[in-house]
Design a protein around this ligand. Sequence first.
Ligand code: SF4
Length: 953
Amino acid sequence: MRDSNMPDFKRPGSQLSSCPPIEKWDDWVEYDPDAWPRHVARHYQLIPTICFNCESACGLLAYIDKETGRVAKFEGNPLHPASRGRVCAKGPAVINQIHDPDRLLCPMKRVGPRGSGQWTRVSWQEVLETCAARIRKAIQEGRGEEVMYHVGRPGYDYIMERTLQAWGIDGHNSHTNICSASARFGYILWHYADRPSPDHANARFILLLSAHLESGHYFNPHAQRIIDGKMAGAKIAVVDPRLSNTASMADYWMPSYPGTEAAILLAMAKVILDENTFDANFVKNWTNWEELEVDGLKGRSQSFETFIETLKRHYARYTPQFAEKESGVKAETIVRVAREISEAGSRFASHLWRGSASGNLGGWQSTRALMLLHVLTGSVATKGGHNLNAWNKFVPKPFSVPPPQKRWNELLYPPEWPLCTHEMSFLLPHLLKEGRGRLDTYFTRVFNPVWTYPDGFSWIEVLRDEKLVGLHAALTPTWSETAWYADYVLPVGLSSERHDLMSQETHASKWIGFRQPVLRVFQEKQGKKVEYTYQANPGEVWEEDEFWINLTWAIDPDGSMGIRQWFESPYRRGQKITVDEYYGWIFENSVPGLPEAAQKEGLTPLAYMRKYGAFEVTTDVYKLNEKPVADADLAGSAVESNGVVKKAGKPVGVMVEGKALAGYSTPSRRLEVFSKTLVDWKWPEFALPDYYRSHVHRSAREASMGKPAADFDPRYLPVVDWPPQARGEVYTLLPIFRLPTLIHTRSGNAKLLYEIAHKNPLWVNPLDAEKLGAVRTGDLLKVHTEIGFFVLHAWVTEGLTPGVVACSHHLGRWRMHKGDQIERLASAWVDLREVGKGQWKMRQNIGVEPYESSDPDTRRIWWSDAGVHQDITFPVHPDPISGMHCWHQVVRVERAAPDDRYGDIFVDTNLAHAVYQKWKALARPAPGPGNLRRPLWLPRSVRPAETAYYFGK
Ligand code: SF4
């Protein structure tokens, strides 16, 4: 019998809808697929939330079965402005993550030695009391920097920065310098904002460096808009050594040799300059050309024409032929793409996030070179062009903001890398081993450095040492290789089990999304009172907002430390704030337009956000640099000789054609083609966007084979000192592309995703396969890094530049014991041993196999491959300027020996520390001008007070 809420397809006009209309979200009816072929209607409550499986923050709709109170599935939220109801494979896979039978559901405490895998269940109260006592003591004894919070995937905006500043500590660490720090640094130098917000949908030409749609930011929202642009006639070019899914859809695939991207981009700039097709008015008005002091020019004495001539002379060496020689991309293709970009003019969009930037020493110069194309075409801040993330991302202020901390933590920002974009987090084991500090209480949060970072065995060595790490609490939604070395493993919520505010620069719009714990919201809709989210979530899975609020109250129970005040209710004086109050206050007071939109529906702003899950703040996002300076700011201001308008010593705008306009947040308030910052901080040779050779440049490879070519420049190119066992042919390894269906650690319990992808073979070009001895797909190869090796299968493919091999990350999970209920559909049971001091060997005993659980599907696992872990065999490579870990590397590849087995890994951490020392020697340490630790104008995560920026203060 047909339910009255089901569409009647026999009735004219009745049709299938891809998304349920919002008026039916309180009672949506579908037939139960498990009951098929019978028609059994089930009634669902639909509750919006936000996906947590990457940073895109797409909108999800949880379908909660009203009879069982269980989430049945997740689909896209059609009312979310960025994702528009569409999600990638990882969105619906949340259902696997929340129902995973191996899931960690209760707080656990270590009972044996660290790393022994012996645990007992504890209460959240015990966890709070233990951590709070240690943190309180550290703060009271002036050891606040020994308390560190280290985040992998944040998935929130601002709340943790606020928490740490409320505690008064400089203790925020992040994963950014193994992710995107290099690209960010290039963007910061140009315009302070550290990311682009490309307006793909309105572009006429789109240039993507590396596999953007698979491995870049804003995977699904950008993919939609790139397709929108393409459908409207935009052309797409992809510069990538690998024929990625993105490249396969492009009009131009430009398979460059890794690290040569800046040469290609500067050759395009040269074409546009030489053919005089650049936007002279834009360059004149919006760059700091008057400050240029290179190649004999002396700042303000020059005319604009002289500047252009100097630029042409400076870039004369970057002919398309030179770029072809460096990169392997045909000169004629470079010229053709350059002309198409210049024809697109202000409607030229691009993106660069990982790949060329994250892989290479000096990769940030490719971002600067890319931005030079935007500046020459006048496509900055335009419809269809390059916009700034800060203009499209909206982070509303909460009810109070604690003052900045007064200390500077050198474990986060060591003096050797004064310009580093974010914390030098991947060096933490080496900094601790060097005796630069210790950690009293260390929180890792959705973070698995043992597995996702380079040099994971150095992490294990430090994490197991209780003298270096006093207490390690791992806040994690899943078991992980790092949690194995924790004292407390604390289960925290997935996409549908927590509150967060999220906003991302996905397109020409400013919006916020509201992640919410859907079972809590469902129970409250049923009239049930829920005090804490873990009471509604599976097991005792908690959300961090409530954890940090309660931890703060436990640190400062009577308020005498001045900390608790930041977590008192803005509505109930002296009482502990609730999450409803925290977000309710923000929605009532800090989101323009939201209270009015809510009022129209007779809802509170909080109820509105609980209903819709997202709100679009504005679409007025173009040309914000051209907004006039407000009259209030102009009153009492003064204009400096470079046109910067300052009030009370602080820049508020810049004079352009006689008008005071907002400009950019750089020292010159313009786009900085010339970086005085780099000159002042000991890198004058990089004052302009330029090309210098990566550590994987052909000449470095040749030098690493003991055959340095005449054009080898040893200044910036650390040569590989091979470990004794390394043999075989020398290649450049690309290790950082992503299978689009996998996440780092968190997809390990998503059977839907692992069924789609569970192999990461080594991509080898057929020409190289022949050189390696007629290697065929499936043959075993051994890849030697500077500190060890890994063994995996070959995949012979023409979709890769010769001389390069490639292996995707996100695979190769492990567990120590056969019976450990740890990500069993993704992990291999391994034998892991330290066979000598710092010498680690791992061998896979058994890959993935079917197992008994509450989910019948785990008996149907048909794959056995867990993949091979590669990151742990890589040493750290800190870029001396941006601080980014440079992932690409020169490796030796040979056929595996008879005693090598698939998945074998060997690493010597003594060599790892030696490589760290070699790269550290490339840096040019602080102090900078005025005894500064870091330029005051550069962004810094959780920015301290200005006094902390000076040594000795
Ligand atoms: S792109 Fe995919 S994984 Fe990322 S937030 Fe959107 S649905 Fe989730």
